[in-house]
Ligand binder design. Structure first.
Ligand SMILES: [Zn+2]
Length: 348
């Protein structure tokens, strides 16, 4: 899971022009601050996250947590050089047992949560419904699936009561040895519309990673200029200082800056890094789209025994609801016959 190198993309030097004030929802903007040896991404989600969260209508803190997971998966998934599916999944002993975000190359995303409604309500009543408290202890898994004949890659990190930001830092440090800082924010926006005010979900995130190009750089930069003429400055900061600076800047990012539709991603990275010089790369799109289909659901039903299928008949039909998008698929009992090939397919 090596973050892609963006150098082959067309670059735009921000310091030479005004950062674009046009805020584009459902996009991911990669950027680089060479002076600090850091690279990052900003994700802004409007309709995509609203579509997913509104469809599910989860209790508010669960929706908010899933929104954070969607923003995080978009940041991770879009930084990977692969073709296929990136799946981020949490499992924990808290009121939210599981979160799944499924990101397909090109930016198609879907997500769902499994939770215990009573425990969630109790957590809300007790004021203990932060993301970390909802997930409890367990693990966060990152899986790359490049198709049936390819190996699946999986990385795991423990969840120990902290939130998704903390889990992401741990994951990159332990699995990738890449110092990483992530900020995530999710909020409901109120808009006036036909028939009164409308709630819309928005989410945003920023990820910053320390990726020194030269392994020698730290040693060189740590050395005193020595015999160099008086006043010679080393042309770069020692790595740890560069990282401390980048990290500190990202930690100042406020939730409102990540979700404000009036502040563009370019304006945000310019606000943070203009003193060091920042350049941005071509942005990528994200859309909420489920990959379920009637064919996939039918194939899954065919993989069950006739007896199992008979037990699934209710009111004269077999009804299957996609957990990701809530689409309902109806089958007549005789419509699904045993699968001769014996092939087992998973829905979606
Ligand atoms: Zn679906």
């Amino acid at each position: 899971m090596v973050p892609e190198c963006d150098h082959d993309l067309m670059t735009i030097e921000i310091p030479t022009r005004t950062p674009s004030p046009i805020s584009a929802d459902d996009t991911i903007l990669p950027f680089e601050v060479s002076a600090l040896d850091v690279r990052g991404r900003v994700v802004r989600l409007g309709p995509a996250v609203d579509d997913i969260l509104t469809r599910h209508n989860y209790p508010l803190p669960v929706a908010k947590l899933l929104g954070e997971a969607i923003a995080l998966a978009a940041l991770f998934g879009s930084s990977l050089k692969f073709d296929g599916r990136f799946i981020m999944q949490t499992q924990g002993d808290g009121p939210v047992r599981m979160l799944v975000v499924d990101y397909v190359t090109g930016g198609r995303i879907r997500a769902c949560a499994r939770f215990d409604r009573r425990r969630v309500e109790a957590a809300i009543a007790a004021g203990q419904a932060s993301g970390g408290e909802l997930m409890g202890h367990g693990h966060l898994a990152m899986t790359i699936d490049q198709g049936a004949d390819m190996n699946r890659y999986q990385g795991l990190v423990a969840l120990d009561g902290g939130g998704l930001e903390q889990a992401a830092h741990e994951y990159f440090l332990r699995s990738e040895q890449i110092p990483t800082r992530v900020r995530l924010a999710v909020a409901e926006e109120l808009r006036s519309g036909d028939g009164g005010a409308q709630h819309r979900w928005r989410a945003g995130g920023i990820m910053l990673q320390f990726l020194p190009k030269s392994p020698d750089r730290m040693r060189a930069a740590d050395l005193d200029p020595g015999d160099a003429p008086e006043g010679t400055q080393s042309h770069s900061l020692p790595e740890d200082e560069a990282w401390l600076e980048g990290r500190a800047l990202v930690e100042t990012v406020e939730d409102v800056e990540l979700i404000d539709p009036e502040l563009s991603s370019e304006q945000l990275v310019y606000r943070l890094f203009h003193e060091r010089g920042v350049r941005v790369f071509g942005s990528q799109n994200v859309e909420a789209r489920c990959s379920c289909s009637r064919e996939n659901v039918e194939a899954m039903l065919k993989s069950f025994s006739q007896d199992d299928r008979d037990h699934m008949v209710e009111n004269g039909k077999i009804e299957v609801t996609c957990e990701f998008c809530n689409r309902v698929y109806d089958f007549k009992p005789g419509e699904v016959e045993a699968n001769d090939s014996g092939q087992i397919d998973q829905p979606g």
